[in-house]
Design a protein around this ligand. Sequence first.
Ligand SMILES: [Zn+2]
Ligand SMILES: [Zn+2]
Length: 401
Amino acid sequence: MPCGWNPVPKARSYVLVRKAPKDCALVPQSREVSHRRMTMPNYVSMTSIEAIPATTRAAVTREFSMIADVADYPLKQPSELAPGECILKLECTGVCHTDLHFMNGEWRIVPRLPSVGGHEGVGRVVAIGAHSKSSVIKLGDRVGTKYVVGSCLQCEMCRRGFEQNCADRVISGYQVDGTFAQYMVAYLDHLIPIPDELPSVEAAPILCAGVTVYNILKQLTDTPPGSWVVVHGAGGGLGHLGVQYAKAFGYRVLAIDSGTEKRDLCLSVGAEKFLDFKESANLIADVKALTDPLGAHAALVTTHVGAAYVQAGFYVRAHGTVMCIGAAQEVSGLPMALIIDQGIKYIASQTGGRQAVYEALSLAAQGKVRCHVVQRPLEEINSIFEDMHKGQLAGRAVVTF
Ligand SMILES: [Zn+2]
Ligand SMILES: [Zn+2]
């Protein structure tokens, strides 16, 4: 046999071994490399660690409305999984405002019907599809599944860590069923291990809300620690995490929201000052009075109310930054002449890539960020949507199974 690469079968996986070429003049015997065992990706045969039911309890969207039908829903069996697919048994899932937009069919992208929403799931891998590439994610691991569950991993956006902008991205609850189910099909390439220190219910909201605010705050490269950051919509799921990540970056935070419950939450998670927008006769003047006469250095707008983006243009200082993450469809009345004159930057971002998720989870595991969680059973998911729609949820609702 000539020297070189020879496939050596090992059970149902294959390992390429470079044989020591005793009689091959091209590779000297003394070189260590000639004996080194080189490993190519293993391929796992179909495996599961528990019996998988034929159906799962799920909140099913059957028509575009705010009402989901909690019912039994078909579930793929391990033998039906494609390579790279696995089955998660979820412990919990966060509920995001995006789910509500999807369910109402009010966005540019609308999910197929019936479908299952949700994209902040934490659970254990209980089955892996046959012929899946060997992965850092193993059977039994506690992992998170997020908004983007698939991307090509080859294009410029994927190479730069913007998998959420990949032309071939796959979105949970849109192209594929999501986390509002006790069992779900997930995708090994985009699963994220959950740090041991972090309880599942506190990890789940980091997978969308947490990484979204973390990822855009990370882009404030010209805003030094000690600067004022206004968090608009600070008492909600995104907002109260935004307050904490902003603090972790060393900023001073003015929180804007309304009501005693949200005020108490914002101050308890580190906001230095609070402004109740319903009690303010002149929000722009009040922000400047509470921060600095020049205005705040930056604003993190987490609400979908368009007026907040307009106000931020007036209360940030020259060369300030307005971070846009609240899902307003259109905003009218932006003061463009002022924005240009003052050199104000509007930057936007949707969720974050896999590395950003690792980083956002790490800060939570270190105790620098802690999600305020309201736990509810799946059967109450419609009342969660109702509270969310009315703006009555302080912190993040998490469904537990
Ligand atoms: Zn989300
Ligand atoms: Zn890509």
